[in-house]
Design a protein around this ligand. Structure first.
Ligand SMILES: Cc1cc2nc3c(=O)[nH]c(=O)nc-3n(C[C@H](O)[C@H](O)[C@H](O)COP(=O)(O)O)c2cc1C
Length: 450
């Protein structure tokens, strides 16, 4: 890959070159202020680098991958190519490579484990405390030894104690359940501040080893090194590594935290972890993402799921044109456009889309004259082209995600497919009104906003 990105640092430099990050020199409080400033930067389309976090000598970067453009930049492609690039990466895995000699992430080994030395923000006003939520969590399958990368929010509860929020359908949870049944703890590591290819890889639900996706995205194997206190391989160029274990037989209340649904999560008994070692690079950078931020939504609910959505929809009908998981709907809504669907095809495509990811609970199918990326057009189609008793089907009692506010505690929810396409006999009678485009600036003689 020609972008020159090898780690978080080189990516931040690239963001600076592109004017995609705000450097914030003013002192910022990690409790509530940092999260609010981060959101404000995101709303202006920028990442944020906090040079002076009150009470800490470690800078914090946030929202590094908080837009489609920055995610595309991280993997060296254009926004429109992102889906294909990500899809290909899952089909051409490249295993990681264990480094000889010393690794940057182990340049410094902390004398004492104390999470209070790290600038972990309390992001949102009602968060229960500081959460590490942009750390890539690395575990190993006790049965096969393969590595798994994912995100798990970690609530800092003491110098070496963390809450570990493991939802259903998570590989790390499966690994822990195997170990716990034997009365054993599960070792795992958290790599904070990594090559963005690893951050994207960690967001995938993938049956193999996600290091292989990062390697495929970078077109070279990810350099890794063995952790010092457990048999887990960690990214060699990570800024900070926490070496931890999830404790068998222990559960403790965890949360609430601002979640991707746009609501605070509840407070429930969750797993508990112990941090056994902290290693880091010289002059480390802490990386964070605010709960319910664009970065959280894009990584957690959209970009890694869209390729599969498109593939399933398009293999179900050759009349599918586009498929989209808008981040504003937290990954619960899929919008699909079709060109003159044949009888029964909208529902067939809708069922395929519902299977693209367990969280999807609403599928809306529209005609190709509707811009699926424009929420106003979607609402127009829903308001003008749907006969609700005929065009909507509801499937009760289906597995979704337990964080959805209307799901049962075990994640069971109802799902729906809405046919917002014009019936074939109406296509000629109801033609969408589209005025020709004009060059207003040329006409008026001064620049206009469009
Ligand atoms: C920023 C971020 C935070 C996340 N936090 C959690 C979490 O606290 N608990 C959880 O179970 N999943 C969380 N997820 C979702 C999983 O990390 C994600 O679904 C991942 O693909 C699961 O990997 P796996 O299928 O390999 O287990 C989060 C995702 C993102 C992007």
């Amino acid at each position: 890959m020609s972008s020159g990105i090898r780690d978080l640092r080189t990516f931040i430099e690239l963001l600076r070159e592109r004017g995609a990050i705000y450097d914030i020199g003013a002192p910022v409080d990690p409790v509530h202020e940092l999260g609010a400033v981060l959101r404000a930067c995101e709303e202006q389309g920028k990442a944020a680098f906090f040079h002076d976090v009150k009470g800490f000598g470690i800078p914090v970067v946030g929202s590094a991958l908080g837009s489609h453009e920055r995610i595309a930049l991280a993997v060296g492609c254009r926004h429109e190519e992102l889906g294909d690039v990500l899809e290909k990466a899952t089909l051409s895995p490249m295993p990681c490579r264990e480094m000889d000699g010393s690794a940057p992430c182990q340049e410094i080994v902390a004398d004492e484990v104390d999470l209070g030395t790290l600038p972990v923000p309390v992001h949102a006003p009602r968060d229960a405390g500081p959460f590490i939520n942009a750390g890539v969590v690395i575990g190993r399958d006790p049965a096969t030894g393969r590595h798994n990368l994912s995100y798990v929010r970690l609530q800092v509860k003491g110098k070496d104690r963390i809450g570990v929020n493991l939802n259903t359908w998570r590989h790390l949870r499966d690994f822990f359940e195997i170990r716990e049944a034997r009365g054993e703890n599960l070792p795992f590591c958290v790599a904070i501040g990594v090559d963005p290819a690893l951050m994207i890889a960690a967001a995938f639900r993938y049956e193999g080893d996600e290091y292989e996706i990062a390697g495929a995205l970078r077109k070279e194997p990810t350099p890794v090194v063995r952790a010092r206190t457990c048999d887990v391989l960690v990214p060699a160029t990570a800024e900070i590594v926490l070496e931890c274990e999830i404790l068998a037989g222990e559960r403790e209340d965890e949360g609430p935290m601002a979640e991707y649904t746009g609501h605070y999560s509840g407070r429930y008994p969750q797993c508990v972890g112990r941090v056994n070692a902290i290693t880091h690079r010289r002059d480390p950078i802490f990386q964070t993402t605010a709960g319910a931020s664009y970065e959280h939504l894009l990584l957690g609910t959209a970009v890694t799921r869209e390729p599969r959505l498109k593939r399933l929809a398009m293999t179900t009908s050759p009349r599918v044109r586009e498929a989209y998981l808008p981040p504003y709907a937290s990954g619960f809504l899929a919008i699909i456009s079709m060109e003159n669907p044949h009888p029964g095809e909208v529902r067939a495509v809708g069922l395929a889309a519902l299977n693209a990811h367990v969280n999807i609970n609403t599928v809306v199918v529209v005609d190709t004259d509707v811009d699926i990326y424009n929420p106003a057009e979607l609402f127009w189609a829903l308001s003008t082209r749907v006969r609700w008793e005929r065009d909507q089907v509801v499937i009760p009692g289906t597995l979704g995600n337990e964080l959805h506010p209307s799901a049962d505690r075990d994640g069971v929810i109802s799902k729906t497919i809405i046919d917002a396409t014009l019936a074939p006999n109406l296509r000629d009678s109801y033609v969408k009104i589209v005025y020709p485009k004009v060059n207003l600036a040329a006409l008026l003689g001064f620049p206009t906003s469009s």
